[in-house]
Design a protein around this ligand. Sequence first.
Ligand code: HEC
Length: 401
Amino acid sequence: MTAPLLAAAVFWATFPLAADVTFHKDIVPILQTRCQGCHRPGEAAPMSFLTYRETRPWAKAIRAAVLSGKMPPWFADPRHGKFVNDLSLAPREKEILVEWVDSGAPEGDPSQGPAARPFTEGWKIPNPDVIFEMPQDFPIPASGTLDYQYISVPTHFTEDKWVEMVEVRPGDRGVVHHAIVTAGAGAEGFSGRQYLAGYAPGMSPQIWKPGQARLIKAGSYLTFQMHYTTNGKATRDRTRIGMIFAKKPASQQIVALSSSAYWFSIPPQDPNYRVESSTMLREDVHLVGMRAHMHLRGKSFQFRAVYPTGESEILLDIPRYDFEWQPYYYLETPKLLPRGTRIECTAVYDNSANNPRNPDPKAEVSWGPQSWDEMMIGWFDVAIDAAKSSRLLRGFRGAVE
Ligand code: HEC
């Protein structure tokens, strides 16, 4: 006899009255942690969700975007790996957003909401200790194809610097396809230099754990590798990089590595073409983060570790790769990869007409710099003992992204 009553009690406990949900009390905390990083003035999203007045007109669009999974942009299969910069909504947060919209998106009482989240204007990291920018605006014509540009600036650092946070900001997001900044001894060249930071749509800045940092040697030059794409409107760009120094020397140095495959050829019309790479680690490292890079035909990407014992593990699985979003996935807990571990990556490409981004399903596609060519790069960052010398420091090899 008691069973129906119990069921009713459970029902009410799981679904509070929709009228309870208000903007200030329930929605602002979610927007602050999951959305405002991009949805505020000067950031990637075209509309701001800081205030009720700004957010209210988007209520229906928010409901649709979170239900379809379009927003927030996050592509890792939650079954593999836990990431500090995870943007995805918990199931309960999604329910609250939907309940709020379904009950007419009420404002509620501002005094019940949290204080505004502090942000640094113009940056996602806190106020940088130092900012470098390209020495002059680079003109981008309305149409045509541009070669990669390499633009160097001297740091004038008189001592080695440990960098614990770093962010690259494009001047005009509409034309910067990607930017990579390396650090090295001279103003010329790109290979043999250390990767420092990059920008691509959807990428979050690098914020390392205490004790971890990248090293920039005294007297280094920074080189911006700029890939511009024209978008029908002539414009100018001056990309910047901002850094925050560690207050004391780091015990672990962050080094960028990659597992790539260069020799592939994707047949015309192939909806499911696989390319594999495998990279052997010759010393003990701690894996701290990963990022997949393919172009318009990219469909899925997976990172695996194959340990010296023969056991293997999926480190990051991106079942639906989206060229517009190439986030860096930072592990919550760095993972020891003992010497002899192989990092294996599998990239899958859709060269069929069913891929709405495919510029030409009749083309046979191989490695190349432009978006209609393809790439296959599994970027990963590792932390190494800063006191030991390491062959991993010989330089940045994946200079051809
Ligand atoms: C990493 C940056 C980023 C984050 C985080 C983010 N957005 Fe967005 N959002 C964008 C960008 C860029 C656009 C515009 C381009 C697009 O529609 O893809 C956008 C567009 C939207 C739109 C318009 C969609 C449409 O179909 O027109 C909605 C609604 C939205 N976001 C809601 C959210 C909500 C809600 C959250 C948090 C739960 C969120 N976004 C988190 C970057 C972000």
